[in-house]
Design a protein around this ligand. Sequence first.
Ligand code: WQD
Length: 336
Amino acid sequence: MKILITGGAGFIGSHTVVELIEAGHTPIIIDNFSNSEKWIIDRIEKITGQKPTVYEGDCADKKFIADVFQKEKNIDGVIHFAALKAVGESMEKPLEYYRNNLDSTMTILEEITRHKIGNFVFSSSATVYGDPKENPIPEIAPRQPATNPYGNTKSIIEDIIRDLASADKNFSALSLRYFNPIGAHSSGLIGELPKGTPNNLVPYLTQTAAGKRKELTIFGDDYPTPDGTGVRDFIHVVDLARAHIAALDYLKKQPKPFYDIFNIGTGKGTSVKEIIETFEKINRVKVPYKIGPRRPGDIAACWADPSKINKIIGWRAEKTIADALKDAWKWEKNIS
Ligand code: WQD
């Protein structure tokens, strides 16, 4: 299949492009490189032997997007990753987040409906569950009012997609709710490239281990969890990428119109301390850390019930936390 990937040079996007090529598909990338590097495209070619077509531009630019859809005939599906995604930044710049994330999605959806392209996969997030009442979290768990504009854009876009699927008989879509993507491609050629100081745990951890950061701060060890530190469903980014291939194959077979939601997680909760201990053990490197105060907006625990995608689509996470932390460290050493 010929698949358009917005944000295809980003962390999850680039890993998904690699898996698409390796599954025999033809990916077409749209990226404005605001949160990714152009040399990632060369790395994709180095890994797969194929250089994907790339259109540099912004998904909210209606003319640019219309031109891409005009040029690229016979697109079989679209995976939409492109978005601003820093929770903290979204609190400081809500309008920028609503404008960018909503406009870009609606621009893409307008072209999809215009060209009657049936399959749309949306990069949603477990953030829509807020502070879950239960773990593991099934898709039927209620979405909670978002605790930040970034998370709210994900909820709003899910509703836009749901409503479009009710209105347009040619449209079919999936919202994939990611938990915590970590790790990197085993080649060490692509991985996470946080801009400035990493917000997320694993890139901060690997930069500390590489000596780029003085020490890691554990944001609170007084949560109601086994060791007091936050618990999350950390999923290897390559497993996450492969879920998109499986999801597209499934979606293509569904009678239109169609819409559904799937959690993409391992189904296992791992604490911050366990991540640090596993990283130190698997990579034989010490990570200096201290305990600090809780980070505002953080929840104690969140992990997926992935049984729906396991059963219906037949995908399940295969890589371990140790695999992800080994791959993350190899990547960090390559870019240091
Ligand atoms: C994980 C745990 C922190 C950094 C976010 C977004 C979510 C998704 C994934 C986009 C928590 C602790 C972290 C540090 C720490 N992104 N931590 N020290 O907050 O679960 O999810 O990223 O879709 O939408 O909300 O991920 O990696 O920031 O935090 O102790 O320096 O690590 O308190 O318990 P989070 P995270």
